[in-house]
Design a protein around this ligand. Structure first.
Ligand code: PEP
Ligand code: MN
Length: 332
């Protein structure tokens, strides 16, 4: 159950009530929020006289549920936004990893030429093998900040673990929690306290419920600027890298009050499928796409097979326009 208490009581008082009810407490400017177990179905006596409003939640998906807040949360992306009235579809693009000033400068210039304002690139790469490129670390963050200062782009980059979470939060405009880190409650808490938009990627073996629970962890720390990202799940099929769960996206659109972006690059694993998938995703009326593109994919130090060359990316991006229009979305 989610209960709103008026701000005529102090946060210390609200906190004390939360403890009594074994509820989670979130401070908001307009009211206090208590979240009890979803198994509580009647308003507890302790708050019956106080509550402004209460929601009997049908499942343990609570803060991120449309049963609580029907409208999709609006997440600010610089002076633009996604979610809210749902009119915009955001493009977040760039290489898998930042590799050099020259590489990221070329990526940035290409995006700027297409009017795209969010540059993505990893500095701390979560790799499966220890013998592969793990990213430039803080030097990469500094180069990304240089691109922001020079070109006015926003930076989306990933925190892989606690060793550098504060650094990523300091440099990034949009903080990404990757698929392999979706269950890391330390990172989810840091994301919940960072005050910035958070891209939360679905673990490739995670159910939708586990994804929304991870989102609830972030939101329970007071940050509602959460963007869910479907990036493909592991299935029996191994001709493609993962299987993009479009049914899951429909489920999330129906039940969850957070904007949803899709990452066809990691799902497909091969550049040849990415443009088709990007159009298919756009036709679903989503809030954004995350696409990997590299000035010279063959030379990429990570995820070489799936990154689009710049010409391929530009052709793909242009082709999204008509599809977006058909579902009443503006590309931003
Ligand atoms: C990425 O976006 O570069 C990435 C590592 O993705 P994922 O966490 O989905 O594997
Ligand atoms: Mn990648």
């Amino acid at each position: 159950m989610i209960i709103h208490l008026p701000n005529t009581i102090t946060s210390a008082e609200a906190h004390a009530i939360a403890e009594q009810l074994e509820a989670l407490y979130i401070a908001k400017a307009e009211y206090h929020v208590l979240v009890t177990s979803h198994t509580v179905h009647t308003l507890p006596l302790e708050v019956a006289h106080l509550a402004i409003q209460a929601w009997d939640m049908p499942t343990d998906m609570q803060l991120s549920s449309r049963a609580y807040m029907a409208q999709t949360h609006r997440v600010a992306i610089g002076d633009k936004y996604i979610g809210g009235d749902g009119k915009n579809q955001l493009m977040i693009a760039g290489p898998c990893a930042i590799e050099s000033r020259e590489q990221i400068e070329q990526s940035c210039q290409m995006l700027k030429s297409m009017g795209i304002g969010v540059l993505r690139a990893g500095c701390y790469k979560p790799r499966t093998s220890p013998y592969t490129f793990r990213g430039m670390g803080e030097d990469g963050l500094k180069l990304l900040a240089e691109m922001r200062d020079k070109h006015g782009v926003l930076i989306a980059t990933e925190m892989r673990d606690a060793t550098h979470a504060d650094k990523v939060i300091e440099y990034a405009d949009i903080v990404q929690v990757g698929a392999k880190a979706m269950y890391d409650h330390g990172l989810l808490t840091a994301a919940g306290q960072c005050g910035k938009p958070v891209i939360l990627k679905r673990g490739f073996s995670s159910t939708l419920q586990e994804l929304v629970h991870a989102a609830d962890f972030v939101m329970s720390c007071g940050n509602n600027q959460v963007i869910l990202c479907e990036r493909g799940i592991r299935s029996f099929e191994n001709q493609t890298r993962f299987t993009l769960d479009l049914c899951g996206v429909s489920w999330l659109k129906e039940h969850c009050n957070l904007p949803i972006i899709l990452d066809p690059s990691h799902a497909m694993g091969y550049a040849y499928g990415v443009a088709d998938l990007a159009r298919a995703c756009t036709a679903m009326g989503i809030d954004g796409l995350l696409i990997e593109t590299h000035p010279n994919p063959a030379q990429a130090k990570s995820d070489a097979a799936q990154q689009l060359g710049h010409e391929q990316f530009i052709a793909m991006y242009k082709s999204l326009e008509t599809v977006a229009k058909a579902v009443d979305k503006t590309l931003i």
